[in-house]
Design a protein around this ligand. Structure first.
Ligand SMILES: [Zn+2]
Length: 199
């Protein structure tokens, strides 16, 4: 049936390329857009295009930033420039920032080491992390998700940076195993960070 509706076929093909959009939700999302007020849909598309044009990753910490401004973290005197919190993706940054209990820097790895998916250390920003740990850095906090891939990635990083004269810590126990840090509540995240332990 869908073959007789080339416009529908076209948009479905595009939506199918969006990761994390489960196929069972695809038509629901499409219906939402189709029923949207045209002006609202235009605003949605414009915001997405503006984001694509104006957001870039900071070349140091790899957090999304406005293209024409300095990084909110790396060039912010109010942030503790001696501590780096290493995270898999910027969604975790949002969860950590919500706690209002962390004032250091970040480093976004862009994922975890996962040989089954063909993701090795060179596919992540591990080398830039190693490069940025100079004498000004006192502590690196490994805030990976509590998954086997997260643990493998943490262990790999520790092996690479343990010779440097810095404190290496990880989140306190208490974060549920297998859980994504992005979704843990504010208090649990606050405790996990403030009660962090040596790796
Ligand atoms: Zn930065």
């Amino acid at each position: 049936m869908i073959h007789q509706l080339p416009t529908l076929q076209g948009v479905v093909k595009q939506l199918q390329q969006v990761p994390f959009l489960a196929s069972k939700n695809l038509y629901r999302v499409l219906s939402h857009f189709l029923e949207m007020d045209p002006a609202k849909l235009d605003a949605f598309c414009a915001a997405l295009q503006a984001a694509k044009q104006k957001l870039v990753r900071c070349s140091r910490c790899f957090v999304w930033q406005e293209k024409d401004r300095q990084c909110l973290f790396c060039y912010n005197e109010k942030r503790d420039q001696s501590t780096i919190c290493v995270i898999e993706s910027w969604q975790e940054l949002l969860a950590i920032e919500r706690t209002e209990g962390y004032k250091g820097l970040y480093h976004v790895l862009g994922g975890t080491i996962c040989p089954l998916d063909g993701i090795g250390p060179e596919d992540l920003t591990i080398q830039p992390l190693i490069n940025r740990i100079d004498d000004s850095i006192q502590e690196v906090i490994l805030a990976m998700n509590q998954t086997p891939e997260g643990e493998v990635t943490s262990a790999f990083i520790v092996q690479k940076i343990s010779h440097k004269n810095i404190k290496i810590s990880c989140l306190a126990k208490g974060v549920p195993v297998g859980s994504s840090l992005e979704f843990i509540d504010r208090l649990t995240m606050f405790k996990a960070l403030s009660e962090r332990r040596p790796f």
